[in-house]
Write a protein that binds this ligand. Structure first.
Ligand code: BTN
Length: 254
């Protein structure tokens, strides 16, 4: 696999979670741009404390450890940078056109193909490390009953069986390119157009669910900080930083 210059890579047959392993490596002093992946992940973690199920050998499970010197407040944007990189890698290597459900679910035919979990550790208010974990459903031929309306794989949608390492290498390369662009400005201003072009929520009605604040509007894009811009019926434009955004028509949302 061709990786960007200066990267360190580790491949495992079995791990509990690539994010957990990346954190262990970080604590042992692993360098910036350490990439790891595993064939089998036994205890994958999703966002919001959920479990991320991956049947053995049928999905990409990778994590990238970064040790940047910028302020922690910029870190959440890396999740969007990685989401875009996954979309670009799938298009470049396999001519597969996917979309992003803001902020970072990669979807194919309205179902989730890939999820990203970014975790950060601080030391005296500075970034010690960031771990960006990526799961991509590639070769699964089916999903459990409770997932099958929401999740899909490249194999199920397109009948293709991908070589995981080829996809991992492509994601790494796309991320590295986008990351250099991000580092120039420490925001998404130069990536925003590419991101919006593949955003499944673009110009779509969305329901924003925030603690104590639930409203509907139309997603009109993202700003340079990666916040979702939602125009409410009264014309007021909200900038959504955190909170769950549900998109009508996606997964089993209505
Ligand atoms: C989500 O909930 O959408 C995020 C899922 C992230 C899953 C990936 S698989 C590789 C890495 N290791 C983990 O334990 N989680 C992430």
């Amino acid at each position: 696999m061709q990786l960007p210059a200066g990267w360190t890579a580790y491949h495992y047959e079995v791990l509990d979670s690539t994010n957990e392993q990346a954190k262990r490596l970080a604590k042992e002093g692993a360098a910036d741009a350490t990439l790891l992946w595993t064939d089998v992940q036994t205890n994958g973690k999703g966002r919001r404390g959920r479990v991320w199920e991956t049947s053995a050998g049928e999905a990409v499970c990778m994590s990238l450890l970064l040790r940047p010197e910028f302020s922690p407040q910029w870190a959440s944007m890396l999740t969007l940078v990685m989401g875009l990189s996954v979309v670009q890698a799938l298009e470049k290597e396999f001519a597969v056109k996917t979309q992003i459900k803001w902020p970072n679910d990669v979807v194919l035919n309205q179902k989730k193909l890939s999820g990203i979990l970014t975790e950060m550790e601080l030391c005296e208010n500075e970034i010690d490390y960031i771990v960006i974990g990526v799961g991509i459903n590639t070769n699964q031929t089916g999903f459990a009953q409770e997932l099958k309306d929401k999740a899909t794989s490249l194999c199920l949608e397109l009948g293709i069986c991908v070589e995981q390492e080829r996809l991992i290498g492509a994601v790494a390369e796309c991320f590295w390119n986008n990351y250099q662009i991000f580092l120039e400005t420490l925001d998404l201003r130069n990536i925003k157009d590419a991101y919006e072009a593949v955003m499944v929520n673009q110009n779509q009605p969305v329901r924003v669910l925030q603690p104590g604040n639930i409203y509907e509007g139309v997603a009109i894009g993202i700003n340079a900080m990666g916040e979702l811009l939602v125009e409410r019926e009264d014309g007021v434009c909200e900038q959504v930083y955190a909170g769950e955004v549900s998109v009508r028509g996606l997964y089993s949302y209505v």
